[in-house]
Write a protein that binds this ligand. Structure first.
Ligand code: AMP
Length: 429
């Protein structure tokens, strides 16, 4: 199927061809005609599915069909995203797809100066991409008028809710005209998303794209059981002995990400951390250094990693298992895309047994366990409660405390596939 059958204008087809896209992705095939028809949609699609073009192309088309008169540009489309990185990437895509149309866009997010944003808003834009917090800052300063918005896009709505943006979202919704088109995108259809959708959408078309990696065989998953205190040592050993060149490592907390990247640097492994407390400049630099190969390990929290345009990584490491099982799927989805092989490695200590059980329940299959010789867990170490961080508290999650059994008892290790010696690891590197 080609893009030409979707009802897009010649200018958009040209931009799509210039991007090198040959055919629409499933989400694009399903969403574009419905959005062009002016309907609300509720779409389950993650980063990597082509969802951005899925909403940006029809949005640009609808706006260009009834272009603003010169000098009277008003915000006609608002795209809300949870993170700064995603906002920047979405706006970049909007600019690329709209390059042959007389439609303008800009992006506003926190962590950077507000004045240049005010200047761009004053000049007038058709499409505004924004994170909720900075958007409300502008509203408060009177530098932004949302009363002319015709289309609202909520990208990664589940993530925005997870991040505690619901109050900001409600405030923003109250500033929009009642009559408008709403496009809601989410990765996981949580109860919170359902509630939001019910209050927001008018007879929406429900679009669900198969969840990546749920059954993808190109991602090899493995658990290395290890003691809590020896995870960093094991990670350095794996990176060094197996000669991993580009590794995305997930931690649960911002503090954990910082600490780990510093420790890896001490081990002589070039690493950078990326999370919400880093300045925008620092985040952008870390990402570009990683993409270029100047930084070998990027340590990220789940939230910071969302929307990052890095794909097909050979290795993803869960230094700590996520509190929310679905995040495990998002994390390992960073590897082994589009037919290339990928490996998702999880370093799991005795404290995380209940998280592992939840993940395996979600995957509907156990993940193979593999002991690394020299790093076998000490069965006498008892489980400790896990620091769930701010996100866990937001979601009302509590640590379930020490795992039953209290250790990596022989039963828990029953699935251990084989014991690899350091020598074997080196050989297979
Ligand atoms: P997204 O899910 O919107 O973050 O898009 C993921 C990646 O897919 C981006 O790098 C896009 O440039 C790319 N992409 C989007 N649509 C297509 C398409 N139809 N064909 C090939 N690549 C695409």
């Amino acid at each position: 199927m080609s893009f030409t059958t979707l009802g897009l204008s010649a200018e958009l087809l040209r931009a799509v061809a210039e991007q090198g896209y040959h055919e629409p992705t499933p989400i694009q095939r399903q969403a574009i005609p419905v959005i062009l028809a002016g309907k609300d949609i509720m779409a389950g699609a993650q980063t990597g599915t082509g969802k951005t073009a899925g909403f940006a192309l029809p949005l640009l088309q609808r706006l260009s069909e009834r272009a603003s008169a010169k000098g009277t540009r008003r915000i006609r489309a608002l795209i809300l995203t949870p993170t700064r990185e995603l906002a920047a990437q979405v706006e970049e895509s909007v600019t690329a797809y709209g390059k042959h149309l007389p439609v303008t866009s800009t992006v506003i997010f926190g962590g950077v100066k507000i004045q240049p944003q005010i200047k761009r808003l004053r000049a007038g834009v058709d499409i505004l991409v924004a994170t909720p917090g900075r958007l409300l800052d502008h509203v408060q300063q009177g530098t932004l008028d949302l009363s002319t918005v015709e289309t609202l896009v909520m990208d990664e709505a589940d993530r925005m809710l997870d991040m505690g943006f619901i109050r900001d979202i409600r405030k923003i919704l109250a500033l929009l005209p009642q009559q408008r088109q709403n496009l809601l995108f989410f990765a996981t259809l949580s109860d919170d998303v359902k509630t939001l959708a019910e209050s927001l959408l008018k007879s929406p078309a429900l679009i669900e794209v198969a969840r990546r990696n749920m059954a993808k065989e190109s991602v090899e998953q493995v658990i290395h059981p290890v003691d809590r205190k020896r995870k960093r040592e094991l990670l350095s050993f794996l990176i060094g002995s197996q000669n991993w060149k580009q590794v995305l490592v997930f931690t649960r907390t911002k503090h954990g990400a910082n600490k780990l990247s510093e420790q890896l640097a001490q081990d002589g492994i070039r690493a950078a951390a990326i999370h919400g407390n880093k300045s925008q400049g620092a985040r952008t630099k870390a990402l570009s250094d990683f993409k270029r190969g100047d930084v070998r390990v990027l340590v990220a929290t789940d939230i910071a990693a969302r929307g990052l345009d890095i794909e097909q990584l050979p290795h993803v490491v869960n230094f700590e298992l996520p509190n929310v099982s679905e995040d495990y799927i998002h994390r390992i989805g960073r590897t082994g895309r589009a037919g290339s092989e990928g490996k998702a490695v999880s370093l799991v200590c005795v404290d995380e047994q209940h998280l592992l059980k939840d993940i395996e329940r979600l995957l509907k299959s156990p993940i193979p366990k593999q002991l690394i010789a020299g790093y076998e867990p000490d069965a006498s170490i008892p489980a400790e409660p896990i620091d769930m961080g701010r996100r866990g508290q937001n979601r009302g999650l509590q640590s379930k405390g020490p795992a039953r059994g209290g250790s990596f008892a022989p039963r828990a290790m029953g699935r251990t596939q084989r014991l690899v010696s350091r020598k074997n690891v080196r050989k297979s590197a």
